[in-house]
Design a protein around this ligand. Structure first.
Ligand code: SAH
Length: 362
């Protein structure tokens, strides 16, 4: 599909079902037009309003005149030896978004971005080094799934989406919520709630709001069990320290009692990988229904850290599992195309807005 660039036109991929119903009501139409339109777009792959036969002629004419269905466009595709694909997609204003397709035996996962760059300054993340540019719109977020699914074809149905690419999803709350609503909506992608995950560094007020706004799975980038160290690795911890973060997670877990919160923990040699750290993790996580995902650190140019060695990671994992916390080690995928965790960098030059954006958003 061609990207249309017309700022005067309303992009219908910017609405979830509720938003679309309100849009049609605003036009004097019935709200069920929303599901009719969604079926055409997301299930029938029909993007031409003239072919949407159950819409009235006058509505079709209105949509042709005033609306569009526009997605970002793939400009670079890299395929790794393990089948992982990284795409750079271009938005209509020339920004680049990065997404990664990760095929596995029992699932196909798409890792998507929520912002261009990132306003948080996590010291071990290469996206952070790029600074922050802007929030992605709903159509740019859901558009990554749209474009990726069309590109890999129906034989490779994307079953899981993780918002673990560039950006902090909970600092782009409304657009992220609308996007995941579309992904989980039976009239759109119909993905299972357990298979759509938002990963956050711990924006506590947004975590508190998330449960009411949508029923999506949550992953938290923990990375340290002491405030002093977490302040350094994940600086938003200075604003929302561990006790507040864990309290918000506990509340979120109550909303979806059959689901787990996933905690992510990057393994940094000599920094957060000691026996004392493992014991601290056990203490912190024991009272919360969760899984722990240990992420081997992926180095990038000028990064000040090294990945913990294999034995240390295994020992850590065994200690946690023995204490009853389900713990896995994330497989590194797409290493040869820089598609692994924390390696999505995009092209952001303007670091000056980082501070400003953080203040506004939280
Ligand atoms: N802002 C969100 C999503 C970011 S990336 C968040 O903080 O959760 C998804 C995961 O990759 C996070 O857990 C992040 O901390 C981790 N990550 C970032 N850089 C990494 C690196 N160089 N090596 C391994 N994991 C990294």
């Amino acid at each position: 599909m061609q990207e249309l660039v017309n700022p005067k036109k309303v992009n219908l991929l910017d609405f979830d079902r509720k938003g679309l119903a309100a849009f049609f009501v605003g036009l004097g139409e019935k709200p069920f037009r929303a599901t009719q339109l969604m079926k055409w777009i997301y299930q029938e792959d029909v993007y031409n309003f003239d072919e949407m036969s159950n819409l009235s002629k006058s509505l079709r004419a209105y949509l042709n005149e005033n609306c569009e269905i526009a997605t970002p466009e793939i400009v670079v595709e890299q395929i790794a030896t393990d089948g992982t694909i990284k795409w750079a997609m271009q938005t209509h204003c020339g920004n680049r978004i990065e997404s990664v397709f990760i095929p596995e035996d029992d699932r196909n996962t798409l890792c998507i971005s929520s912002q261009i760059g990132c306003a948080l300054a996590c010291s071990f993340c290469s996206t952070a080094q790029q600074g922050f540019n802007r929030n992605l719109t709903t159509s740019e977020i859901v558009g990554q799934l749209f474009v990726a699914q069309n590109r890999v074809g129906k034989d490779h149905r994307i079953t899981n989406v993780v918002m673990m690419g560039m950006g902090e999803p909970l600092l782009n709350f409304d657009n992220v919520v609308a996007s995941v609503n579309l992904m989980m909506d039976d009239f759109a992608y119909g993905l299972s709630k357990r298979r759509v995950t938002i990963s956050s560094s711990g924006v506590v007020p947004a975590i508190e709001r998330l449960g009411d706004a949508c029923d999506v799975s949550l992953a938290i980038s923990l990375h340290a069990v002491r405030d002093e160290l977490r302040d350094e690795l994940v600086p938003i911890n200075k604003k929302y320290p561990l006790n507040e973060l864990m309290a918000a997670c506990r509340e979120n877990a109550k909303i979806a009692p059959r689901r787990f919160i996933t905690f992510e923990y990057v393994m940094l040699d000599g920094i957060n990988d000691t026996v004392a750290d493992a014991k601290g993790l056990i203490k912190l996580l024991k009272t919360i229904p969760c899984k722990l995902n240990l992420i081997p650190f992926n180095p990038f140019p000028n990064s000040p850290y090294r990945c913990s060695n294999k034995e240390t990671i295994l020992k850590f994992k065994t200690m946690l599992n023995d204490a009853g916390i389900i713990t896995t080690v994330r497989k590194t995928r797409g290493d040869d195309i820089d598609a692994a965790c924390g390696q999505l960098v995009g092209q952001v030059a303007d670091k000056s807005r980082r501070h400003l954006k953080l203040q506004n958003a939280t």
